[in-house]
Write a protein that binds this ligand. Structure first.
Ligand SMILES: OC[C@@H]1[C@@H](O)[C@H](O)[C@@H](O)c2nc(CNc3ccccc3)cn21
Length: 459
């Protein structure tokens, strides 16, 4: 598309028009919104165990109720229709479908997701299903979880149940959400479930997550569903060196390899980034030559989660990579993340140019701010509106440069359980009063509805 077509002059306003058919949406995840973690035959997940273990989640919050979406899903689909979203990214809780992680299917759990998918289709909303968004069945963690190489087969079998039962109606599948977070936060730092602090286990989790992804892609291809598309969602934090010293530039390269290339390179090139294999040499897992052919099974799209960048300096003996992140001046979100919209453009262009112009979806972008309803009940979250508008502008820039960006999912549809932060951090474009469960569309949500209707941005 030429630039001229995308920048239309309407009156005094300049419109940034997105391509026809661009999929504007919102994203959520099962453990963060559903509640009812053990209802109707569901088994406990590692996040059910982790949040019920004192000290792991701020304020002792758990996902026991969350947004009560398991019971309020019909009203939430009505809300999505009011917002006018064209697609909805949500995850399926593995322990609802396979309570033990393997073996017998829990028909009640599968039926919940079947009803949700049918309601979305009825509302003309395209479902994007994430197969795994961190809620591993506890019984599989008892067998080592992602550190056990057998998990690749367990995950592929679980995925195949869903391909078989929902594949007639769901045509967009995401195998894993942010495997980097699963391994790094869950197995190395211990800040997320299962709360392990074990580099050896964490690096094996990296490899087994990739194997599991590849085995699920191969199972999907076996199903021969020509309308179906499958990909993976990875999180990225473009690192900038804190200075032009060679030490800081080397630190930024290490951070880049670990944060951004650790999963991207094996999937697209069949090889781990050399700097990382060298850096972790003594702890690096044993792998089979045949593994790389499974891991690099071609995918149809890449999901990109972007929130911020990191400014990195060399810090001998500090942390995993001997690096430290330097807080920057300027605006930050309630998570303490720098607001750096240009980083989205930089990231999309890098992936486009370095990995063969894949089809991309922004599967998460959003911001937490201290939202409060005013006396009339209105939530004037202008800071979130500005954050999203600035990032939409950068996404539009990327499309102008030829990036094959085909959709954008705002994180999140509604305020929800923010992992170790509990309910203290609000990312939604819909406000949730967790006492009454009342939903209120925030100013950003009303604004987003207009962007979707115009399929573009007014200045
Ligand atoms: O923190 C906001 C969201 C979270 O609610 C989603 O479940 C998760 O997919 C998600 N990933 C990121 C970005 N990745 C990240 C990296 C390091 C620490 C925390 C998040 C942000 N978010």
């Amino acid at each position: 598309m030429g630039v001229g077509k995308a920048l239309t002059q309407k009156g005094s306003e300049r419109m940034r028009q997105f391509p026809q058919g661009f999929l504007w949406g919102c994203a959520t995840a099962s453990y963060q919104i559903e509640g009812s973690p053990l209802s109707d035959g569901a088994g406990p997940s590692i996040w059910h165990r982790f949040s019920h273990t004192p000290g792991n989640v701020l304020g002792g919050d758990t996902g026991d109720v969350a947004c009560d979406h398991y019971r309020r899903w019909r009203d939430d689909v009505v809300l999505m229709r009011e917002l006018g979203i064209r697609a909805y990214r949500f995850s399926i809780a593995w322990p609802r479908v396979l309570p033990e992680g393997r073996g017998a299917v829990n028909e009640n759990g599968l039926a919940f997701y079947g009803r949700l998918v049918d309601a979305l289709l009825e509302a003309d909303i395209i479902p994007f299903v994430t197969l795994y968004h961190w809620d591993l069945p506890g019984s599989l963690q008892d067998l080592g979880g992602w550190a056990n190489r057998d998990v690749a087969g367990w995950f592929a079998d679980y995925a195949d149940v869903l391909f078989g039962r929902l594949g007639d109606r769901v045509h967009h599948w995401i195998t894993l959400n942010e495997p980097w977070c699963v391994a790094h936060l869950g197995y190395i730092l211990g800040q997320h479930a299962p709360g392990m602090r074990d580099l050896w286990a964490g690096l094996r989790a990296v490899h087994n997550l990739l194997l599991a992804h590849g085995r699920a892609v191969l199972a999907f291809r076996q199903r021969n569903m020509p309308e179906g598309r499958i990909g993976i969602t990875l999180n990225f934090r473009p690192p900038h060196p804190g200075s032009q010293s060679e030490q800081d530039r080397a630190a930024a390269r290490r951070a880049h390899a670990y944060h951004n290339r650790l999963f991207l390179d094996p999937i697209f090139t069949g090889r781990y980034p050399d700097p990382i294999v060298q850096w972790f040499k003594d702890s690096w897992p044993e792998t089979l030559q045949s593994d790389q052919d499974v891991i690099r099974a071609p995918i149809d799209f890449l999901g990109v989660n972007y929130y911020t960048r990191n400014v990195v300096v060399h810090a001998p003996g500090t942390g995993l990579l001997h690096t430290r992140v330097i807080r920057q001046p300027g605006p930050h979100t309630a998570m303490g993340w720098e607001i750096y919209p240009e980083g989205l453009f930089e990231l999309l262009l890098w992936i486009h140019q370095a990995y063969g112009s894949p089809v991309l979806y922004i599967t998460e972008n959003g911001a937490a701010f201290e939202d409060r309803p005013d006396p009339s009940g209105t939530v004037r979250d202008t800071d979130r509106l500005d954050y999203l508008r600035q990032h939409f502008v950068q996404a539009h820039r990327a499309i102008q440069e030829g990036v094959r960006l085909q959709g954008y999912f705002v994180w999140s549809l509604m305020d929800n359980f923010e992992w170790a932060h509990g309910y203290s951090k609000r990312f939604g474009i819909v406000y949730v009063d967790f006492g009454s469960q009342k939903r209120t569309i925030k100013q950003s949500g009303h604004w987003y509805c207009g962007v979707i209707a115009r399929n573009g941005l007014e200045n």
